[in-house]
Structures are given as C-alpha cells and as structure tokens.
Design a protein around this ligand. Structure first.
Ligand code: ATP
Ligand code: MG
Length: 472
C-alpha cells in the first residue's frame, strides 16, 4: 500500500480543526493540525507535507504570512486557503500570490475533498514533469502549454489560470489590465468559455471604436424614432449579452457622460433604451479591459472613481512579455505549430541562438508582436529550423545581437598602419561608443539607468564617456 499523504490543517477554531482532521483521516490521509501560522511553521519544520489547508484570519501569524513562508521554503507544497468572508477579495489576493486554491466558509466537505485530491494530483504531475527533465525538452511539455489554449509556463500566468478557474462562474465583474497585445481579450473569452454562461452569447464592444454620440445606443439600444436615423427599435449590447458575458474592451476610452450611465446600469442591473421609457432588466456578466492606467486616469479626472471600484471587483493584470521571458519559448513553439497548420509549412523549431535573441528582445507589442514575427518567419523561411540570422534585423539589433549590428565602414589605411589588431581595437571602440550613445539616448541621458542597461557600473560608464569624448 502506498504511504498515506500528509496534510496539515491550520485553523484557530478548535472545532474546525477537529472536524476537518476527522474527515481527512477517514479518507485515509495522515493529518496534523496547528492552531495558527506559527504552530504551522513549527510543524512544517518537522516533516514534509503534501498539502496545507489554512484559514486566512488567525491570531499571531495569519494565513497570508503562512502562505508566503511556504512559498519561500516549501515551494512544492500546495496551499489551500479557507476564508470566512463573503467577499472573495482576500482569496483572490491569495491566489495571485501563489495559493493553490481557496474555499469559502461555510464549505461542503466534498469541496475540501476535491481541492485536496486536485492538489495532490497536480503536485505529483509537477514532480513527474520536473523529474522527466531534459527528456521532454524537445517537445513543448504539457505543463508549459497552460490552460484554455492560453500559453503560460510562468508562475504569474499560472496564478492567472487559478483565478480564471475560481471566478469564471462567479457573477463578479472582472477588470483585465495589461499592455497592448498581452492577451486581455483571450482571457476575457476564457472567462466566458469556462463559465456556466458559455452557451449564452459573448458580446464584445470596443469603447474606443464607437463614436461618442452612438455609445449610449450601442450599449443600451434605442426605440424607433429616438433620434434621426433610428428607423426601427434596436436592442443594445447589454440586451444581446443577456444570460452571457459582455466584454467592454478599452474601457479607459469611455466618455465621462457614459461612465455615469454605465455605473447606474451596473448598480441597478437595469436601464432604459435611448428614447424608451420601459425599464429593461438583464443578467449579464461584465468583463472590462484596458491598457490604460485607470488610477492615473482617475487622478487626471478622466475616469470616475466609483465606476472603477464597481469594475475592479476581480482584477487580473497581465504582465508584459518582457517580464515573463520564460514564456517566450513555449509561445514561440505554439506559434510555429499554429502557422505550420495555417500555412502548410513544416518548420520544426528555432535554434537555441534564435531563441536567445527572442528572449532578449523587449517586445513592446508583447505576444501579438511575437505572433506576427513568427508568422512572418514561417512565410519566408525555407529551412526546417529558424536561425537567429532569419529573425528581422531590427529585432536582433534591439535584442543586443552583436552580429546584427551594422559594421562601421572600414578604413583600410588605418587597418594597414597598425595591422589587424589595431583595426579590431579601433572598431570595437567605435562600437562601444555607439552602444553608449544609444543607451544614453534611450534613458534620456540618465547615466545611472544607461549603466544598468549596459550592465556596467556607473563609474566605468563615466570613464568611458570621458574616454570617448561624450562628456568633459
Ligand atoms: N498566452 C497566450 N497564449 C497564446 N496566444 C496568446 C497569448 N496571449 C496572447 N495571445 C495571442 O496574441 C494576440 C493578442 O492577444 P489579445 O488580442 O488578447 O491582446 P490584447 O491584450 O487584447 O491586446 P490589445 O490591448 O492590443 O487589444 C492574439 O492573437 C492572441 O491569441
Ligand atoms: Mg484587445
């Protein structure tokens, strides 16, 4: 018989500790209990645990601090959070930090059973993939394929998948933020697809693309004759999304007057069509997205704070691709596959050098830009494997790929004078000077930042600037 899995139950209420422990023991687990975070840390020192279940609010050391401790010292141990609060705010926060799952009180015993079983399965799976190691290196392994057709191997993306799991079926409004091309729309669709609203419509409205005067009628519909050109009555997107999801894209661009009307519709779950007197009631799950910093917009008086709070119930922030460069590899392979299929090509892979360049690049257009690059590569490259040389020159240059740098014109007499050595030295210095000028330009002449960019000390940058006549 296989060894029983060890579970640590942490709760300050004796009764809950007892009930949970008894249930888990009946299920064949070996269970220890602790009354608060500090006691739990002591237990963790004594023996390994397969799963930790902890309450959020406890005296001395609470659930979040315990979670941080476990993430740091026992990163393989999944943590399930139990929260007493009606709101899921604290729990979502815990998921973002890296909790495996959360359960709200009062809970069904089966909910705990499922969460524990899932944690143990996932942990075993992770360990299997870890141990399989390089044997699977040539294939995109399933762990990095992410979920919902969304690629994401990094912890930050995994945390987002956890949030989607937990909130997809909740009615709470989700606000997705992130730079252009980070996958906001993809997440919005996943929230719909994985909710119990999936058979009802997913309706999108791009707030930036709709003229100001038409916005109200687009959202809420209009009655016949409401304005010139309104020949017949028309339902708005809210009505069309009834039972399903309404995705308000580029919510940061919505005009002030509309913000008031939207807020009212959200708070009261009802509205009137333009030119109508009948109140319309709908059940709609709202997901909003923006690449603007709404907090700054609020400070600038361009966005209503009350609307922001109404939208920002479950925040999901998508990090830019340059902050999750481990995702570049699985994404690259994903797009190779996608465009192999679409373009009937047989590209197998990218070389390690090409991958390195892709990882070094800072991707201002994020995943959309990577996707476009890969599509272009598959269109134009004839070989089976994409090499660094195949990548667009400007991308290689910005990624610091030296071989992509234009070679400055060679002055043969100078080279001949001092021989090859001198010529190389001179060329290197000229390149060095070019790099420094560029780094200074990119950082607005900020020496400290430029030094960071060049990965040299501030002092040696200053010396070099002197040497190259870039300062007195
Ligand atoms: N994690 C991912 N895995 C696979 N494909 C992705 C991922 N993220 C984004 N993409 C792809 O990248 C492209 C851009 O994604 P999306 O349109 O969702 O970005 P966005 O954040 O809405 O951008 P914008 O702010 O410009 O509207 C899409 O083709 C999408 O399928
Ligand atoms: Mg978008």
């Amino acid at each position: 018989m296989s060894k029983a899995h060890n579970i640590l139950v942490v709760d300050d209420e004796l009764n809950i500790r007892r009930v949970l422990s008894a249930m888990l023991k009946r299920d064949g687990y070996s269970v220890r209990a602790a009354a608060d975070g500090a006691a739990a840390m002591a237990e963790l020192k004594l023996r390994p645990f397969d799963v930790v279940i902890t309450d959020l609010k406890m005296p001395r050391i609470g659930g979040l601090a315990l979670l941080e401790h476990i993430l740091e010292h026992y990163p393989d141990t999944p943590v399930i959070i139990i929260t007493a609060h009606g709101t899921i705010d604290g729990a979502v926060d815990a998921l973002k930090r890296g909790a495996f799952d959360f359960i709200t009180k009062p809970y069904e015993q089966d909910a705990i059973r499922h969460a524990v079983a899932k944690a143990i399965r996932t942990r075993a799976l992770n360990q299997a993939t870890l141990h399989a190691g390089s044997a699977t290196d040539d294939k995109p392994d399933s762990a990095s394929r992410g979920r919902y057709g969304i690629i994401g191997a990094t912890d930050r993306m995994q945390a987002i998948f956890n949030i989607i799991d937990k909130v997809a079926s909740q009615p709470s409004t989700v606000l997705i933020t992130g730079e252009s091309g980070t996958g906001k729309e993809l997440i919005a669709k996943a929230l719909h697809e994985y909710s119990d609203r999936k058979s009802a419509p997913f309706i999108k409205i791009n707030c930036a693309a709709i003229p100001k005067d038409l916005m109200e009628s687009e959202l809420f519909g209009h009655e016949k004759g409401a304005f010139t050109g309104a020949d017949h009555a028309k339902p708005g997107r809210f009505e069309l999304a009834h039972g399903g999801t309404l995705f308000l894209d580029e919510i940061g661009e919505i005009p002030m007057e509309m913000q008031v009307k939207l807020l009212r519709a959200l708070q009261e779950s009802e509205f009137e069509r333009v030119g109508g007197i009948k109140t319309v009631q709908v059940s709609v799950r709202l997901v909003a997205a923006t690449n603007r910093n709404l907090q700054e917009a609020i400070e600038a008086g361009a966005f209503r704070e009350d609307l922001y709070y109404r939208l920002n119930v479950v925040p999901i922030h998508l990090p830019p691709l340059r902050e999750r460069s481990q995702d570049v590899e699985p994404l690259t392979r994903h797009f190779i596959q996608k465009y192999n299929d679409r373009l009937q090509k047989n590209v197998e892979d990218v070389t390690p050098e090409a991958l390195q360049t892709l990882c070094n690049y800072h991707w201002p257009g994020n995943i959309r830009e990577l996707e476009n690059v890969m599509e272009r590569m598959l269109l134009f490259v004839d070989s089976d494997v994409i090499d660094a040389d195949d990548l667009p020159a400007d991308l290689r240059e910005k990624a610091g790929d030296v071989s992509a740098m234009p070679i400055p014109p060679i002055h043969l007499p100078a080279a001949a004078d001092g021989g090859l050595k001198e010529a190389i030295k001179e060329t290197t210095m000229r390149l060095e000077r070019e790099y420094i000028i560029q780094a200074l330009a990119e950082t607005n002449q900020n020496v400290t930042q430029a030094a960071k960019l060049l990965k040299i000390s501030r002092k040696s940058l200053q010396n070099k600037m002197k040497e190259f006549g870039l300062r007195d």
